[in-house]
Design a protein around this ligand. Structure first.
Ligand SMILES: [Zn+2]
Length: 387
């Protein structure tokens, strides 16, 4: 087998659909993408291990060289669903227009794997196991876009021991050292329906929800007055009351009301603690209204991610990219890799502005500098020479 070119790799990865979604009718296996990557990397001499993390969902750990340290280049293999009718071209076929490669997953983030493979090729010509003093690990995870089960399973297995990790999410080649957490919760209030003509015939879940929402907004005010981080565009934690459903008719007392909201915590805030605090504040409100109340996560919480600003990996990435490390508003698998004891940073080609959109693209002028930066990282952490 000959290794396909960088462009062919991107084409093949995008032609292998791997949508992950909480809606079962849209959710797909990522097996095709994992098999492509496993084929190419084992051909290049990597030892590969495929880890099934859920039925039809796989992580790939591909390792070149051995030892406890080295570098992990990490990406997710799944994409979000797409509205094909809103695309100008087939989302599963790479189309080049205006110096851009269009396709679902081009920047978020199948393109990164091809870029990583391109970056490592010159090192394979050197004697020994690529002349590596420390291993290079390519990590490909499942289901980042919905549950992050791939990264969660990996964190639990404690499998990876490398010292440095770079996640190639589209950051326009700027190093990202922190992001907020995400927690999405549902809240169900059950009262008692009845004829509206006599309030004694029921107990309004909607009126109880009104008080609960007031309490949530005062909780928001509290956390916003206590936490602030000037490195973020939105400097305080946010809490958004996103949707509400309750009742059915003006002449019925509302028997049930449901609210969904998200809370984006700053680094240093703990999701579980915040969840417990909300529970504690809302319980007495529900009791006052004599309604049943349940607060529940809509999906497992994603922790905030942060690094010490002085970290050596940050400095190396700043030097290689020519940009100071920044903060972003989107969440990544960063906290899960960090949990395994790795210094972790987010840095990759393409822009998040194009991700999760119709006509997602990877600008061609991102590829060459991305390859150069990754080569610098491989040199620094696997060959232990100055980048
Ligand atoms: Zn992504």
């Amino acid at each position: 087998m000959a290794l396909p070119s960088l462009r062919q790799q991107i084409e093949q990865l995008i032609a292998s659909p791997s949508v992950s979604c909480t809606r079962a009718d849209l959710d797909m296996s990522n097996r095709g993408v994992i098999e492509l990557l496993e084929g190419w990397l084992s051909h290049l001499g990597f030892a590969t291990e495929v880890m099934e993390v859920a039925p039809g969902k796989y992580n790939l750990i591909a390792t070149l060289g051995s030892g406890p340290g080295g570098l992990v280049l990490s990406g997710h293999t799944d994409t979000v669903p797409c509205n094909e009718e809103k695309w100008q071209s087939n989302p599963f076929r790479v189309t080049e227009r205006d110096q851009k490669l269009y396709g679902l997953g081009s920047c978020d983030m199948k393109g990164f794997f091809a870029v990583a493979i391109e970056a490592l090729l010159p090192f394979l010509q050197q004697p020994g196991p690529a002349g590596f003093k420390e291993p290079l690990i390519i990590l490909a995870t499942a289901d980042e876009e919905c549950s992050m089960i791939g990264a969660r399973a990996l964190a639990e297995s404690g499998r990876l021991k490398a010292r440095k990790a770079v996640i190639g999410e589209p950051t326009s080649l700027r190093p990202i050292y922190q992001h907020k957490g995400i927690m999405m919760n549902g809240l169900r209030i059950t009262g008692q329906a009845g004829h509206s003509s006599n309030p004694a015939l029921g107990n309004s879940a909607m009126e109880a929800m009104h008080s609960v929402m007031t309490e949530l907004m005062s909780f928001r005010q509290d956390i916003q007055s206590r936490y602030c981080n000037a490195d973020f565009a939105v400097q305080v934690p946010t809490l958004n009351l996103g949707c509400i459903h309750g009742g059915d008719n003006p002449n019925r007392i509302c028997g049930q009301c449901e609210l969904e909201f998200d809370l984006r915590a700053l680094p240093g805030m703990d999701n579980d603690e915040l969840f417990a605090q909300m529970q504690q504040r809302l319980q007495p409100v529900a009791e006052r209204h004599n309604v049943k109340f349940e607060l529940y996560p809509l999906f497992p919480h994603i922790p905030a991610f942060s690094n010490q600003r002085e970290l050596e990996l940050i400095q190396t990435c700043e030097r290689l990219t020519g940009h100071s490390a920044e903060s972003v508003a989107f969440a990544t698998e960063g906290p899960f890799l960090q949990k395994m004891g790795m210094e972790t940073l987010i840095l990759g080609p393409g822009s998040i502005d194009q991700a999760h959109q119709p006509d997602e693209f990877l600008a061609l002028d991102q590829i060459e500098p991305a390859v150069r930066i990754l080569r610098g990282l491989i040199k620094r952490y696997c060959l232990q020479t100055e980048a």
